[in-house]
Design a protein around this ligand. Structure first.
Ligand code: HEC
Ligand code: HEC
Ligand code: HEC
Ligand code: HEC
Ligand code: HEC
Length: 199
C-alpha cells in the first residue's frame, strides 16, 4: 500500500472515531423549538400558570397542578396526556363561547378522540421512565412543577408547549454524573453505565 494512504488511515481513523463519538453524544438538538400546532389550542399558561397572576396577554391563570392531568408522573413510565373526560370535569361548566372550548365540546359530543401531536420523544433503544425521576426530585423537596423544569423547561408559562431541552445523551449523562458523585445518591439506580439507559 502507498505509505501515504497507510498514514492517512493510521492517523485519520482515530480522528474519525472521536468525531463520530462526539456526534453521538452531543448530536445537534434537532427537536429544540419543536412546537407543533395542536387539534385544540389548549394553553398551559392559563391552566397551570401561577394562580392569581395573569398570562402575557392578560388572561387569568388557574394554577392547576401538573399531576391533575399528567397522572402517571410518580407511578409509571409515562406521564400520560389527559382524556377528554378530564377536560370536561371543568368545561361542562366553564369557558362557554370560547372557540377552543366549543371545539372541545363538539369533539366530546361526537366521541371523536383528540389526537394531540407528540412533542418529546425518545428513540426506541433508550430506556426512560418518569416515576423514579419525579419521586427522587420530589423527595429532594422540589414542588411538582419544579421537578418538570429540568427536562421540559417552564411549561407553566407556555402558551404552546415547545421542546426547550435537547434531551440528547449528553444531557441525560451530565445530570446522572452530578447525582452519581453526590454521596446521598451513590446507592441509587443513577449511573452512567450504557445499560442503564439502553436496551
Ligand atoms: C388541564 C390539564 C393539564 C394540566 C394541568 C397540565 N397539562 Fe401538560 N398537557 C396537557 C395536554 C392536553 C397536553 C397535550 C397538548 C399540548 O401539548 O399542549 C399536554 C402536554 C404536555 C407536555 C408535552 C407532551 C409531549 O407530547 O411531549 C408536557 C411536557 C407537559 N404537558 C407538562 C406539563 C407540566 C409541567 C404541567 C404543570 C406545570 C402541566 N403539563 C399541566 C394537559 C395539561
Ligand atoms: C380544573 C378545571 C379545568 C380543566 C380540567 C380544564 N380546563 Fe380549560 N379552562 C379552565 C378555565 C377556568 C378556563 C378559563 C375560562 C374562561 O376564561 O372563561 C379554561 C380555558 C380553556 C380554553 C380557552 C382558552 C382561551 O384561549 O381563552 C380552552 C381551549 C381550554 N380551556 C381547553 C381545555 C382542555 C383541552 C382541557 C383538557 C386537556 C382543559 N381545558 C381542562 C378550566 C379547566
Ligand atoms: C429527567 C427528565 C424528565 C423529567 C424530570 C420530566 N420529564 Fe416528561 N418526558 C421526558 C422524556 C425523555 C420524555 C419522552 C419520553 C418517551 O418518549 O418515552 C417525556 C415525555 C413527557 C410527556 C409526553 C407523554 C408521555 O407520557 O411520554 C409528558 C406529558 C411529560 N413528559 C410530562 C412531564 C411532567 C408533568 C413532568 C413533571 C412532573 C415531567 N414530564 C418531568 C423527560 C422528563
Ligand atoms: C435532573 C437530573 C436527571 C436528568 C436530566 C436525567 N436523569 Fe435519569 N436519573 C436521575 C436520578 C436522580 C435517578 C435515580 C432515581 C432513583 O433511583 O432513585 C435517575 C435514574 C435513571 C434511570 C434508572 C431508573 C430506572 O428507570 O430504572 C434511568 C433508566 C434513567 N435515569 C434514564 C434517563 C434518561 C434516558 C435521561 C435523559 C432523557 C435522564 N435519565 C435524565 C436524574 C436525572
Ligand atoms: C443517562 C442515560 C444514557 C446513558 C448512561 C447512555 N446513553 Fe446512549 N443515549 C441516551 C439517549 C437519551 C440517546 C438518544 C439521543 C438522541 O436521540 O438525541 C442516546 C443515544 C445513543 C447512541 C446513538 C444512537 C442513534 O440513534 O444515533 C449510541 C450509539 C449510544 N447512545 C451509545 C451509548 C453507550 C456506548 C453508552 C455507554 C458508554 C451510553 N450510550 C450511555 C442516553 C444514555
Amino acid at each position: 500500500m502507498d505509505p501515504k494512504i497507510f498514514k492517512a488511515i493510521k492517523y485519520g481513523t482515530p480522528v474519525l472515531l472521536v468525531a463520530l463519538a462526539a456526534w453521538i453524544i452531543w448530536a445537534p438538538p434537532a427537536r429544540i423549538g419543536f412546537a407543533p400546532e395542536q387539534p385544540i389550542a389548549y394553553r398551559h399558561d392559563i391552566h397551570a400558570g401561577v394562580a392569581g397572576q395573569k398570562t402575557f396577554d392578560g388572561k387569568d391563570q388557574y394554577g392547576i397542578d401538573c399531576q391533575y392531568c399528567h397522572t402517571g408522573v410518580t407511578t409509571s413510565k409515562k406521564a400520560g396526556v389527559p382524556s377528554m373526560n378530564t377536560c370536561m370535569n371543568c368545561h361542562i361548566a366553564v369557558g362557554y363561547g370560547k372557540a377552543g372550548v366549543d371545539k372541545l365540546k363538539s369533539f366530546y359530543e361526537k366521541k371523536k378522540p383528540l389526537e394531540w401531536v407528540r412533542i418529546h420523544n425518545m428513540p426506541d433503544h433508550v430506556r426512560f421512565a418518569h416515576a423514579p425521576h419525579i419521586k427522587k426530585l420530589l423527595k429532594d423537596g422540589q414542588p411538582t412543577k419544579t421537578a418538570c423544569v429540568a427536562c421540559h423547561g417552564d411549561i407553566a408559562t407556555m402558551k404552546t408547549v415547545e421542546q426547550v431541552k435537547s434531551l440528547n445523551m449528553g444531557f441525560c449523562v451530565n445530570c446522572h454524573r452530578d447525582y452519581r458523585n453526590d454521596a446521598e445518591y451513590k446507592n441509587h439506580g443513577v449511573n452512567v453505565n450504557c445499560n442503564t439507559c439502553h436496551y
